[in-house]
Structures are given as C-alpha cells and as structure tokens.
Design a protein around this ligand. Structure first.
Ligand SMILES: NC(=O)c1ccc[n+]([C@@H]2O[C@H](COP(=O)([O-])OP(=O)(O)OC[C@H]3O[C@@H](n4cnc5c(N)ncnc54)[C@H](O)[C@@H]3O)[C@@H](O)[C@H]2O)c1
Length: 321
C-alpha cells in the first residue's frame, strides 16, 4: 500500500480526493493551513498536518514522519479575478508554495506528484476543443502561477526523476455528499445559488458572444469524477511515468444559459437570470479534448450536468439550514 500526502485536503476538491484515495486502498495524510479549508471535511482517522506548504521544515517533516510515497498538490489560491489585484500573493502561495514543496520532496526522496493545474493555462484558446498541446497563454496571474508550477514539475522530472502528472481542471461543480459542497462564490453554480439565497437575480455576463445562444461556453466536470481522475493519475505515477499534463473535463461545451436552465429545472422554479455586460477576460468558449486522459489513464467522466447541479443544490441547501 502506498501513502499519499494531499495538500489542500480540507478544501472543496481535496476533500473529495481524500475520500476516493482512501476508497482505492491507499493511505492518506492531509496537509492544510486551513486558510480556506474546513477541518470537518477531513474524514475521521486521516492524519492532519496543520501547516502551510510554504513551511519547508514542516512539509519535509510530514513527508518523513508519514513515509509518504507521493503528493497530490491542491493547496493554492484559486480566484483568477482576485489574482489580477493581488498578484504577489498568488505568486507566493502558488509558485513559492510549489517550489517549497518540491524542495521538501527532493530532500525526503519522494518521487511522485499529481499537480492541480487549470484550464486557465490556455487563456483564450485558438479553437475548441482544447488539446493538451495547445499553447499555454494564461491571461491572469493565477493562470501564470499554474504554468510556472507545471514548468517546475517538468524540470524536476528531468533533473531528479520526479514522476509527475498535471491535471488541468476545467469548470468543477457538484458535490459527492451534502457536507462536501463548494462554499466559494467564484464558480458559476454556487454564484447562482448565492444570488437566489439573497433574493437576487443571478447574472449572466454577456449574451452577445459568438456562441449559439450568445452566452459563454464552458466544460463542466463533476467534482466526484475529477477526484477519480486523481486516483488514476496517482496510480500512473506509482508506475514511474515521467511527465504528462492532461485535461480533465467532459469534452462537452455547456453555455451559461444552459446552466441557468438546468438550475431552474432542478430547483423547480425559473431563476429569472439577468443579462448584464461582459466581464473582462472571459473567453467565449473553452472546452476540453479528453482523448488523452481517456487513452492514457483510462479515465472518463460519468456524471452529467444535472447530477452536478442537483448535488450542488442539495449541499447548498443543507448548509443554509
Ligand atoms: N475549483 C475549481 O473550479 C478549480 C479549477 C481549476 C483548478 N483548481 C485548483 O484546484 C485546487 C483546489 O481548489 P479548490 O476549489 O478545492 O479550492 P479550496 O480553496 O476549496 O481548497 C484549497 C485548500 O488549500 C488550502 N491551502 C491554501 N493555501 C495553502 C497553503 N499555503 N498551505 C497549505 N494549505 C493551503 C486551503 O485551506 C484549502 O483547504 C487549487 O490548486 C485550484 O487552483 C480549482
């Protein structure tokens, strides 16, 4: 049995990853500074290291104490818009954090890494679907930090045989259970729920894009499917693969208005969305080519938009009570 350290394991995605890793029979340890994480999301019995990935001594100690075989590195700041205003905080948490983790891994001779990357590395794609060999042209400091993380992993792969996989997540939604919902308000589905809870109309940023219904198109992926992709990636790293970046999406574009319609269907009442102006920096469309992860890791998403919206709504309501 191998043991994996999950940084950011008390967060939205990390708490799902911890559960599927456990279910796969692997040992799991969580390292989190609880800047955004919630302790009750870590299952009973999973050891928690309360530390920042910026703390080199604490990370190396955790790797040695728990005889870690590999790391799934999710701990990061994640709001692209915010990163434009406070870029240095993003560089510190995401880039220095990754650097510090890699130094600690090298010192403790831990040679497997699954890294949380993002579709933000592509910026506005030249066409869709986006395959992994498209140029990385991030359009925010956040996206830049994710590119820098991939570069650091790549270079460590060459220099010291690090076996790594970067997973470029598209738009994550849903919850595996009511206690694991997405509490942040950066993503579309929770933004809609928050507006409804506040008695406001959810906003659609632009309906004049060159898309069939004029609203932006994205690739929505259920967090439970995404979590399973981490297990597939960890299993591959355990075999000593050198280096790879994979898109994690459904390979299907869904417009913002289609999401609004699905929310209306799920909650049983029209959300009555309000069309407002475009937001700066939103590409008209972004969805993944998924052939590589399907053929290389044997992973494919199985949950649809309705499952995402209905599980997210159920989790949201349970938090409101
Ligand atoms: N949610 C998305 O739609 C999405 C999309 C693409 C990529 N990602 C990436 O996935 C990862 C996880 O995202 P999430 O949605 O679960 O976010 P989240 O904020 O819920 O989780 C991040 C976790 O990391 C912890 N953390 C932050 N900085 C830390 C540090 N310096 N040291 C230790 N722990 C720290 C937080 O306390 C939190 O528990 C991030 O790397 C993010 O960039 C998320």
């Amino acid at each position: 049995m191998t043991t994996w350290l999950v940084t950011g394991g008390a967060g939205y995605i990390g708490s799902h990853v911890v559960r599927v890793l456990q279910a796969s029979g692997r040992g799991v340890v969580v390292l989190d500074d609880f800047s955004a994480g919630i302790e009750s999301k870590v299952p009973d019995g999973v050891p928690i290291v309360r530390a920042s990935v910026l703390d080199r001594v604490a990370v190396e100690q955790a790797l040695r104490d728990h005889q870690i075989d590999g790391v799934i590195h999710l701990a990061a700041k994640k709001a692209a818009g915010e990163s434009v205003d406070i870029p240095l905080e993003y560089y510190r948490e995401n880039v220095v954090g990754m650097l510090t983790l890699l130094e600690a891994m090298q010192a403790a001779d831990v040679k497997a890494l699954v890294y949380s990357s993002s579709a933000a590395v592509y910026g506005t794609p030249m066409s869709n679907p986006i395959s992994e060999d498209f140029p990385m042209q991030p359009e925010s400091p956040y996206g830049e930090t994710k590119v820098a993380g991939e570069w650091m992993a790549r270079d460590c792969g060459v220099a010291n045989g690090l076996s790594w996989i970067a997973l470029r997540y598209f738009n994550v939604a849903g919850a595996a259970s009511d206690d694991l919902g997405d509490p942040s308000v950066n993503n579309l589905v929770p933004m809609v729920f928050r507006a409804l809870s506040n008695g406001e109309r959810p906003q659609v940023f632009g309906d004049d894009y060159p898309t069939p219904d004029g609203s932006c198109i994205r690739d929505y992926i259920h967090v439970a499917d995404l979590a399973e992709a981490h297990v597939a990636a960890a299993a591959r790293c355990e075999t000593g693969v050198r280096a790879e970046a994979f898109n994690v999406g459904r390979g299907e574009g869904t417009s913002v208005l289609e999401v609004m319609n699905m929310v209306s269907e799920v909650i049983g009442t029209d959300v009555n969305a309000e069309i407002v102006g475009r937001r700066a920096g939103d590409p008209p469309a972004s969805y993944a080519a998924t052939a590589a992860i399907e053929s290389e890791l044997g992973w494919q998403a199985s949950r649809d938009l309705r499952a995402m919206v209905s599980s997210a709504w159920s989790a949201w309501q349970s938090n409101e009570r």
